[in-house]
Ligand binder design. Sequence first.
Ligand code: TYD
Length: 242
Amino acid sequence: MDKKELINSGKVKSVYNSTDDDKVIIEFRDDMTAGDGARKEVMANKGAYNAIISAKIFKVLEENGVETQFIELLEPNVMLAKKLEMIPIEVIVRNIATGSLVRKYPIADGTRLEPPIVQMDFKDDDYHDPMLNDSLIKALGIATQEEIEILTEKALKINEVLVKFFADAGIILVDFKVEFGKDMGGNILLGDEISPDGCRLWDSETLDMLDKELFRKGKDSEVMDAYVEVYNRIIPDSEKVI
Ligand code: TYD
């Protein structure tokens, strides 16, 4: 499978067409960004760690009945995936209140959220990703009511599977962001990535952060150790390629 032209260069990933019309090649770069891309650093091997972690999580989700765009890893930081037309919504699921939720609403940091909160933000850096609701999503023509319900149901299913998956690795899945897209047949599949870039992961014992929040807080020297810790805990030795 060969790379053709670049079709999208995001903050941390580059997406290329492939020789197969319905597949894309996603390169996970070593960039790390925060604040809508305002701060950017290069972290050695970060792309590979995130690609391998995402691939593992997508495989676990597929085994549990959640369709994803993942096909295979071509290289440690290069993923072959089904081509999707992405839906510009960041679906955020929260099990524990923290971050923007406690800044914007009167909920104490650390409050367990049962049932989990599902939040949808408009994926658009120019508008700083404002929060959406059903009427806004429909008014903007982003998705239909039926599609909103599919996204919600899929996000909650992903949460259910991953809370258990991470718990087995001694990690609390505090919250995370996912993105979906439509394949050529119009089916809604999980796309993008699930990695420490878009999840809050806390050590179950110490509650230490194991995700990009360290970088957001300026602890640049600790962030890769946290990603490697997540990798070591969830990737069996036989599957380690880095
Ligand atoms: P949230 O608390 O809304 O954001 P902030 O980091 O600004 O306090 O984040 C909830 C989760 O969703 C967190 O794990 C990070 C992830 N997320 C992203 O990956 N990208 C985003 O643009 C947003 C808003 C959240």
